[in-house]
Design a protein around this ligand. Structure first.
Ligand code: NAP
Ligand code: 8YV
Length: 322
């Protein structure tokens, strides 16, 4: 620790990669209790690192830190941070895009195959010692005759689509703006795409704009052969509507990496045989998580040197440090 580096407030765990990268910065971990006294003593802090979405970061906190200039946040999604409120105060929010695209796209394909071909169920069958009594039943579904609709075609959506091309399935997508450089058919209306496909992969940001966009109407339109894969945020799917659709076999199956109230997964989903559940592991390899943590560090280091942020979110474009 050297005295000439600015102090940094840390919200979330101090992982070894962060500890190493920020070793020169006096770090102050947000306490669970006695916050008022802690924040009053730290009112001059100018930098914050958020290493996990453990709590909302919004005006209530910004009020306590009037000198704050940068929030360097872990993950590409930042729906736990009020970036619009930060922008109004001239605070730059940075995130960790791109370094996780390929990992999350790999996870998505794994989840899709597991859901369609029932691999986790088949693995449980072997472990339960049931194979000697007979073969695992043929999977009712296959990827072979499916059409995949991507809800979101950004950095990760495009990486998923590239992989799907290798599987020979037709690919279409829904976003607010068409990407003319892509050859896939664009649907301006999600409901129209849901009607035309039997497989939806959701990879949009969370937050108010996308809350419950996969609702009962969309699930009805997807239909009884429908497979829903959610690798985005739990908030994007109306969870009670999904549970009802799965129970009533209005859709065929779902593969979920994310949930409305993580780490709590609805008990009803736990007991269903037509769902595959993952504990938000889209980017969760040592390889990729190190790169994400390094980007948190690199944004803080750039700020401390008076350089532009490396990866600011669109709501907080950099116009010089205030
Ligand atoms: P991105 O590059 O910003 O792409 C977002 C895509 O969503 C764009 O195609 C965007 O297109 C579309 N979109 C945004 N709002 C929309 C709306 N209201 N309606 C329809 N489409 C909308 O983001 P990314 O890097 O691909 O990451 C996407 C999200 O994945 C993250 O924000 C995060 O929540 C999630 N994620 C999850 C994991 C995991 O571990 N499960 C890991 C990484 C990321 P338009 O702007 O044209 O609409
Ligand atoms: C992280 C993610 O696992 O980048 C994101 O948006 O969802 C994941 O890569 C998550 O931020 C960890 O809390």
């Amino acid at each position: 620790m050297t005295a000439d580096k600015p102090d940094v407030l840390l919200i979330g765990p101090l992982r070894p990669w962060l500890a190493k990268g920020l070793a020169d910065f006096p770090l102050h971990q947000m306490p669970a209790a006695n916050r008022d006294a802690f924040l009053a003593a730290k009112a001059n802090l100018r930098a914050m690192a958020v290493s996990a979405p453990v709590e909302p970061v919004n005006d209530a906190l910004f009020d306590r830190l009037p000198k704050l200039q940068i929030i360097s946040s872990f993950g590409v999604g930042y729906d736990h941070i009020d970036a619009v409120a930060a922008a109004k105060r001239g605070i730059i929010v940075t995130h960790t895009p791109d370094v996780l695209n390929e990992e999350v796209a790999d996870t998505t394909i794994g989840l899709l195959l597991c859901t369609v071909r029932e691999f986790p169920q088949a693995e449980r069958y072997v472990r339960a010692g049931r194979w000697p009594q007979g073969n695992y039943p043929l999977s009712k579904a296959t990827l072979r005759n499916r059409t995949v609709g991507l809800v979101g075609m950004g950095r990760i959506g495009a990486a998923i689509a590239r992989r799907l091309e290798g599987f020979g399935v037709p690919i279409v997508y829904h976003t607010r703006r068409r990407r003319p450089e892509l050859a896939y058919r664009h649907y301006p209306e999600l409901i129209d795409m849901a009607r035309d496909v039997d497989t939806l992969i959701v990879i949009v940001p969370g937050g108010a704009e996308t809350r419950n966009m996969i609702d009962a109407r969309v699930l009805d339109a997807l239909g009884p052969d429908g497979v829903l894969i959610n690798i985005a945020r739990g908030s994007v799917v109306d969870e009670p509507a999904l549970i009802a659709a799965l129970k009533q076999r209005k859709i065929f199956a779902a593969g979920l990496d994310v949930f409305a109230d993580e780490p709590n997964v609805p008990a009803e989903l736990m007991t269903m045989d037509n769902v595959v559940l993952l504990p938000h592991v889209g980017s969760a390899s040592m390889y990729t998580r190190e790169k994400m943590d390094q980007l948190i560090v690199d944004n803080i280091v750039a700020w401390a040197a008076g350089k532009p942020p490396l990866t600011p979110v669109p709501e907080t474009p950099w116009r010089g440090w205030r």
